[in-house]
Ligand binder design. Structure first.
Ligand code: AMP
Length: 377
């Protein structure tokens, strides 16, 4: 049994982004301090944290200084080196473990793990050469999706292959090798489930939500997903099984495709809070961030219930930031900003949530009205 972290203890968070910011805000409400490790001078997380160690994630001296300042360590972002986390784990408890991070960091390790754990994915092949790509494409058929195995997010590092002519350029472009080729899933919708799991193996899974993307970036999350109850229950069961197979202590996001026949395939897992769980701040007694902190701190996990349905819209880049005054002036919209000074293209600046009575989430078309003045695709 893990001894619960005492009030006023310090939780170290590797990464300074909005996920760390909202985790630190949840931790503060539970009476913990957070200390952020980030190379950034003015990071969203450090703005709301008790302390910050500024430096490179790969620098052992920086990592030692960070570990010395905290009682337990977690991470809010996956592109940190697993070796760096290993060093941290030799100094303080790291939750989730570096082994979990290693699996989620590499699409080949992730898909192998998921399939071994009994979770269906798109069919896939490892690709190390153009000849191997040609053979894999012949086996999986067109269209198919070629992806880098590491450091891919928000659709970066992938190419849709429509026919044999697309292979050489895509293979030359994407790096580092090896790559992974996935069969194209003609999905009805994309969903995700967030599940928290404690050291005692108890877990709490939020309802499955539907995610809609624009330019490969999450645009809208609808909670709950408008899918049959049995499919939603199956999605939760998959998320819980994957978390158990990982022996996870922390929070896991499991992104899935719902096929046109209702079958579920896992696309990606992320052992941290996730953009598709931001609605839980406003619609649940304990948000994904509180669940994350509770799991990491060894506190009991409350049920992951929601008291309202919700729609969450991301605010991406300068165009959507320009809507901020209108958002603030619109009753019913719950605004969240992340404290980023520069609205670069594709950058997540904040999000907006709207709550609805349980069972009262409006259909796709009236979501547009419900979230006015935001533009919904
Ligand atoms: P990923 O970087 O793997 O999360 O992919 C980003 C987005 O690309 C997903 O949310 C899907 O919309 C789409 N996508 C990725 N892989 C596939 C696939 N095998 N079949 C169809 N769409 C995909």
């Amino acid at each position: 049994m893990m001894t619960p972290l005492a009030p006023n203890a310090t939780i170290g968070i590797v990464g300074g982004g909005q996920l760390g910011r909202m985790s630190a805000m949840a931790a503060a409400r539970l009476g913990y301090r957070c200390h952020i490790l980030t190379p950034e001078a003015d990071s969203p997380a450090a703005q709301v944290a008790a302390g910050v160690t500024r430096g490179a994630y790969e620098d052992p001296e920086v990592l030692r200084r960070f570990a010395a300042a905290v009682d337990v360590i977690t991470f809010e972002f996956e592109n940190v080196s697993a070796e760096g986390l290993d060093l941290l784990a030799s100094l303080r408890p790291v939750r989730p473990s570096p082994a979990v991070l290693r699996i989620s960091q590499d699409r080949l390790a992730e898909k192998s793990f998921l399939n071994a754990a009994g979770a269906a994915t798109a069919p896939w092949r490892m690709v190390e050469s153009l000849a191997a790509l040609e053979a894999a494409a012949a086996a999986l058929g067109f269209p198919c999706v070629l992806k880098t195995t590491r450091l891919g997010y928000d659709g970066k590092g992938q190419a849709l292959l429509r026919g044999p002519d697309d292979l050489p350029a895509a293979f030359a472009l994407l790096a580092p090798k090896p790559l992974i080729l996935e069969g194209f899933v003609d999905f009805a919708c994309e969903i995700s489930v967030l599940v928290a799991r404690g050291a005692d193996g108890r877990d709490a899974a939020f309802d499955a939500v539907e995610n809609r993307h624009r330019d490969h970036i999450l645009d809208l999350t609808l909670a709950p997903a408008q899918i049959p109850e049995a499919t939603a229950a199956a999605a939760q069961a998959i998320a819980r099984e994957v978390a158990a197979a990982l022996d996870l202590i922390g929070l896991l996001a499991v992104e899935m495709f719902v096929d046109r026949d209702g079958a579920l395939r896992v696309n990606e897992i992320a052992p941290r809070p996730h953009n598709s769980g931001h609605w839980t701040i406003d619609a649940c007694p304990a948000s994904q961030f509180e669940m994350h902190i509770r799991a990491v701190a060894g506190l009991p996990l409350p049920p992951a219930v929601r008291h309202a349905d919700a729609a969450m819209k991301n605010l991406v880049g300068a165009a959507e930031m320009a809507l901020w005054p209108d958002i603030l002036a619109t009753p019913g919209l719950i605004p969240h900003l992340y404290g980023k000074r520069e609205a670069r293209p594709g950058r997540k600046m904040g999000h907006v949530t709207r709550l609805f009575p349980l069972g009262g989430l409006p259909g796709r078309f009236s979501i547009q009205d419900a979230l006015a003045p935001l533009e919904i695709s």
